[in-house]
Ligand binder design. Structure first.
Ligand SMILES: [Zn+2]
Length: 232
């Protein structure tokens, strides 16, 4: 009896950990992580920018390859680097909401502060670049009932990923990071990258070569999922 109870509590606890920590669980928030398709499409996404140094470099690489991506921006950095945000939008890339402070406390915050994090970022990007974002990516991929409610209240669509690059692990060999991405790529993939990482531009170039070598095509999130990127 005692052991049965421990097993049941363990299973229930494991469920709640999975529901919160796995971006693909969709328990608290319907999140688009991959497109089930036979078409060789892949979408590129960059989190945690804009970065003063790296984001312009990434934009140069994307421009050179004629490829469009999505940037999930941190509102506080948007206020610091409005010109970069305007360039992202003017270059035809998508901008999405990645909260205002990207605090580690975000998943533990109450409804009012979660909503403020989201709305402050909506306003920052709206004021700086003139677009009303529709896409949201939760920091750390963590969701819970409070975050789910706030995102729905703000009318946003949550976007996850299906291929994590682990590019934030400092000191990890970039060739190995790219090789791993290559192994994980699939039709309809959403690839998670970060524009705050050292050598992110070098990694992006290798990834784009890998995608080309596999005869895959980079498409934007709105095209991949047939969704609206901005409010009209
Ligand atoms: Zn992030």
């Amino acid at each position: 009896m005692y052991w049965t109870l421990i097993v049941i509590v363990g299973i229930v606890a494991a469920f709640f950990v999975w529901a919160s920590a796995d971006i693909g669980s969709g328990v608290y928030l319907k999140t688009l992580c991959r497109k089930r398709t036979d078409e060789p499409f892949v979408a590129l996404t960059f989190d945690d920018g804009p970065d003063a140094v790296m984001t312009p470099r990434l934009l140069d690489v994307l421009d050179r390859y004629g490829v469009k991506a999505a940037f999930f921006l941190v509102g506080g950095k948007v206020r610091k680097y409005p010109d970069i945000v305007r360039r992202i939008v003017n270059d035809g890339h998508i901008v999405g909401n990645h909260t205002y402070t990207h605090s580690v406390m975000f998943p533990l915050s109450g409804g009012r502060s979660v909503r403020k994090e989201i709305e402050d970022t909506q306003n920052a990007v709206g004021n700086m670049a003139g677009v009303r974002m529709k896409l949201f990516r939760p920091p750390f991929g963590v969701t819970n009932p409070v975050i789910g409610k706030a995102v729905r209240y703000c009318g946003l669509q949550a976007i996850g990923w299906s291929v994590r690059s682990f590019d934030t692990f400092e000191g990890r060999d970039r060739t190995e990071v790219c090789r791993r991405i290559g192994r994980k790529l699939h039709n309809g993939a959403v690839l998670l990258l970060h524009d705050r990482c050292k050598d992110a531009d070098v990694l992006l170039e290798s990834v784009l070569k890998e995608i080309k070598a596999r005869n895959m095509q980079v498409v934007t999130l709105d095209k991949l999922f047939d969704i609206e990127k901005y409010e009209n």
